[in-house]
Write a protein that binds this ligand. Structure first.
Ligand code: F6R
Length: 616
């Protein structure tokens, strides 16, 4: 949730750290800070409540000398202690001889703090993280820098991904991880980096390796060394080379990352399908031993796991897999998975969906499913992330880095991967006639073009947003495969515009929510003609109108009947029912965006949210 950056090399560290933090701001944005190290100089720490620009101003005012070529920085999403200057990271010990940035939660911090205080340590913040600085201070009295880190971390219970610097060895940063979100080591020439996420470092390198839980990295300008925290043994790492570009991590002239990412969806989906689906013939292929394994022909049930938007993509995937494979499939909110005792085992395929591959609830569920003998496929956007490392088979969505906190392109890319996987498995298991399979493949290959058409309605959507931004409550209704879209559209609206919105199956309306309908409650209904339940949906529209509801309907171009019933419409090109979600979500993402913009909300960094939820 918080963002971490570390640099050690030959260039002034402060600008590199600030740029990295700006790129990580989507992970946490209530306060930020950095610490700079240089041999023979006291550690220079600057930290500020507020967004990164507050820290940037403070750094500019401090007129820092360029001699500091090593340092670490942090952007915070508060867990323990208010977002005020003193609670911002980095934290230091009593003598200001070291600096620590931390992502995660130190669960036993109260006991550690009591003990450290009784031993004379003076605390300057209310955070759990500061105990680590004082533990390191104690460790340093008896051990060297690496030894002190191992000794201190051995006493910590909870989750952490940390970067630490010590004035006595300023060029040797140490990173370590045990839960607490990802920590990558970026490899340069005469300089090396640490960060919570790859986009932070894309201007400097595309070569990375991820630290795994229980590992520690000693990073200096000319070398990186990885050890196991428990026994100090060396670990060999194979760097991966990412194909993400610096531009993908930048706004490129758009007002917000969210808008850039919404408009980028046709291209992102093409990347998801590239090399896997031939859009002309409709043929699907996946290479590698896992994808031709006997298991994929014989599994007997499917569980899909994810959180938030990824879970809603999973709901659509469940419907597709069940329909085309004729295998029982269920979608489970990953955070609830372990509280049930679902009967899964060796015959079960578990599909884990996660943009980041680091969402802690999803990882915990993945591990639980694995422990029960299931085979795991991860559908994930972040190459090398925990989910991809722990799964048996991986389908990368290749949507490119998603920076806006509200997920958009990752969602449609997940849908693409799920669709593609469904066709692939249906071919393997021969559950769809070959001709129909190719026809479906071609239809899927055509989707990016349909999406492009829909996105041209941006200005019409903006006009609707102007009219409806004044309302405080919205209801989104969908049936069948459009029901998850109602949920996702409601989530988009609430998370970035703070408007209360609920998604419901349209059939549920008469069982309660209808009581809410009046002139002040706009209802957004997915009323695409291709839906098998179109007639029923039209009845729902009439029921809303009969109660003076304000009705916005998503309709197929030329559907006069649906048009007549609605106060406003969003028109979509004709599309077959199962592919409908790819296009129906687009105007609703834009609608949420435009409403939030009119309300002056912080679109890319909505309050209280963080891009990657790495604490339970
Ligand atoms: C909503 C949103 C979240 C994420 C959820 C899972 O716009 O972004 O609901 O979808 O936190 O994140 P990942 O997909 O990274 O596991």
């Amino acid at each position: 949730m918080c963002g971490i950056v570390g640099y050690t090399g030959f260039k002034p560290a402060a600008p590199i750290l600030l740029q990295g933090l700006a790129r990580l701001e989507y992970r946490g944005y209530d306060s930020a800070g950095l610490a700079l190290l240089r041999s023979g100089q006291p550690i220079l720490t600057i930290k500020k409540a507020g967004k990164i620009h507050c820290l940037v101003s403070a750094v500019q005012e401090a007129r820092i000398s360029p001699v500091f070529t090593s340092g670490l920085g942090h952007t915070r999403w508060a867990t323990h202690g208010l977002p005020v200057d003193k609670n911002a990271h980095p934290h230091s010990d009593c003598r200001n001889q070291l600096a620590v940035v931390h992502n995660g939660i130190i669960e036993n911090y109260r006991a550690l703090k009591r003990r450290l205080r009784s031993q004379g340590h003076v605390f300057k913040s209310d955070t759990d993280s500061e105990v680590l600085a004082h533990l390191l201070e104690q460790g340093l009295r008896r051990k060297g820098w690496v030894g002190a880190v191992r000794w201190a971390l051995a006493q910590v219970q909870g989750t952490y991904s940390v970067v630490m610097g010590y004035g006595g060895e300023p060029e040797k940063l140490i990173g370590a991880k045990s839960g607490g979100g990802a920590l990558v080591v970026g490899l340069g020439r005469g300089e090396n980096f640490l960060a919570s996420d790859i986009p932070a470092l894309l201007s400097h390198t595309r070569r990375f390796f991820y630290l795994q839980d229980g590992e520690l990295a000693v990073v200096s300008p000319s070398s990186t060394r990885v050890l196991r925290l428990s026994n100090g043994r060396s670990v060999t790492k194979r760097p991966l080379e990412v194909d993400w570009s610096v531009q993908q991590a930048e706004k490129e002239g758009y007002a917000h990352f969210m808008l850039k990412e919404i408009l980028e969806q046709p291209r992102a989906l093409k990347r998801t399908l590239a090399g896997r689906l031939d859009p002309k013939t409709g043929e699907v292929k996946l290479e590698g031993p896992f994808w031709s394994s006997a298991f994929l022909r014989r599994f007997r049930n499917i569980t899909l796991l994810g959180m938030g938007t990824s879970a809603y993509a999973g709901m659509i995937g469940r419907d597709l897999l069940e329909k085309y494979l004729r295998v029982p499939a269920q979608l489970e909110n990953a955070s609830e998975f372990r509280y049930r005792k679902p009967p899964i085992g060796k015959d079960s395929l578990v599909i884990v969906l996660s943009q980041s591959g680091e969402t802690v609830d999803t990882l915990v569920a993945l591990r639980e499913a694995k422990a029960q003998g299931a085979t795991i496929i991860a559908i994930c956007n972040a190459m090398g992330s925990s989910a991809t490392r722990e799964a048996d088979g991986v389908l990368l969505t290749h949507a490119g880095p998603e920076i806006g906190v509200a997920s958009t392109k990752a969602f449609t890319a997940q849908l693409g991967a799920l669709w593609f996987l469904t066709l692939y498995l249906a071919r393997l298991r021969r559950t769809i006639p070959p001709g129909l399979l190719l026809q479906k493949g071609r239809a899927l290959g055509h989707v990016p073009r349909l999406m492009q058409k829909v996105l041209r309605q941006r200005h019409h959507v903006a006009r609707l947003a102007r009219k409806y931004a004044v309302f405080h409550n919205f209801l989104f209704l969908g049936r069948g495969i459009q029901y998850p879209i109602a949920l996702e559209a409601a989530l988009k609206l609430k998370e970035i515009s703070y408007i209360h919105a609920e998604g419901y199956p349209a059939g549920e309306m008469k069982h309660g929510p209808i009581a809410l309908i009046d002139r002040r409650m706009p209802v957004v209904a997915m009323a695409l003609r291709s839906s098998t339940a179109h007639e029923k949906m039209l009845n729902n529209l009439m029921e809303v109108r009969a109660r003076s509801g304000r009705l916005i309907a998503l309709v197929e171009k030329g559907d006069r009947e649906a048009r007549r019933l609605a106060e406003d419409t969003l028109e979509l090109p004709p599309v077959e029912e199962d592919l409908g979600p790819f296009v129906s979500i687009l105007p609703l993402q834009l609608f949420a965006y435009e409403v939030a913009r009119r309300k002056g909300c912080e679109i890319d960094q909505p309050r209280h949210l963080a891009k990657s939820v790495t604490v339970e």
